[in-house]
Structure formats: C-alpha cells, structure tokens
Design a protein around this ligand. Structure first.
Ligand code: AMP
Ligand code: ZN
Length: 116
C-alpha cells in the first residue's frame, strides 16, 4: 500500500484524529476505535511498512521498540502482572485489515488460546 493512502500514516501525521496514549520518535500508541478488551491500544511505527511479512532486517530495532513499548504501556495500565495479549495480525488469514504494521495490546480481561 502507498503510505499516502494509509490511515495509520494519517494518524501519525495528525491529519486524522486519534486518542493518543504514548508517543516517541519511533512510534505512536493510540486507543483502538473498536476495542476488544477494556484496554485495546495500537502501537504503530511512525515509519510505514505494510506488515510483519514485508519487514526486513532494517526494521529489527523498530519491531523490538514496538514490543517494549507495548510492555511499558501494559505496566502503566496496571495489568502487566495479571497478564495481557500482544498481537500482530498478518495478511489475510491473519486477519490484518490495515496494512501499516501495528501491535495490538489487549488487557484488562482474561484471554483464551488459541484465538479465533
Ligand atoms: P488489524 O485488523 O489487525 O489490521 O487491526 C486494525 C485495527 O485498527 C482494528 O482493530 C480497527 O478497529 C482499528 N482501527 C481502524 N481505524 C482506526 C482509527 N481511525 N483509529 C483507531 N483504530 C482504528
Ligand atoms: Zn502507513
């Protein structure tokens, strides 16, 4: 996908509003519009890349940054010890609908495995 047509690039640029949870040089975290848990935050890289499937070595540090940011938000939200779920839906069978890689952080309730 062209990053000019990408909804998450527009959120990063501030041309589409979001409910921001956290921001730094590498990523932005905001509340999901259609939450699947009491806390459902999306952590997105500021740099556009389509999916985990297209990520390459250059994105290694960014991917680690997204994971550690999700873990930090979980601690701040107060459910880290109880537990939470981190998900990267990838391509069609993975349920990915927005092709700007993002980490879902879900917490505040128990989850089952495997997911649907
Ligand atoms: P995925 O299906 O893994 O690609 O996840 C895309 C997520 O983005 C879904 O959970 C949507 O609810 C969420 N979403 C789509 N548009 C927005 C938006 N404008 N603001 C916040 N979340 C959004
Ligand atoms: Zn994008």
């Amino acid at each position: 996908m062209n990053s000019e047509d990408c909804i998450f690039c527009k959120i990063v640029a501030g041309t589409i509003p979001s409910s921001k949870v956290y921001e730094d040089d590498v990523c932005l975290a905001f509340n999901d519009l259609n939450p699947q848990a009491p806390t459902h935050v999306l952590v997105v890289p500021k740099e556009h890349f389509d999916s985990l499937d297209t990520a390459v070595g250059e994105q290694k540090q960014t991917l680690g940054h997204l994971m550690l940011t999700a873990a930090e938000i979980a601690r701040q939200e107060g459910f880290a010890e109880a537990g939470y779920r981190v998900v990267i839906n990838t391509n069609a069978d993975g349920g990915q609908t927005v092709f700007h890689l993002h980490v879902h952080l879900l917490g505040g309730r128990p989850f089952v495995f495997p997911p649907g």
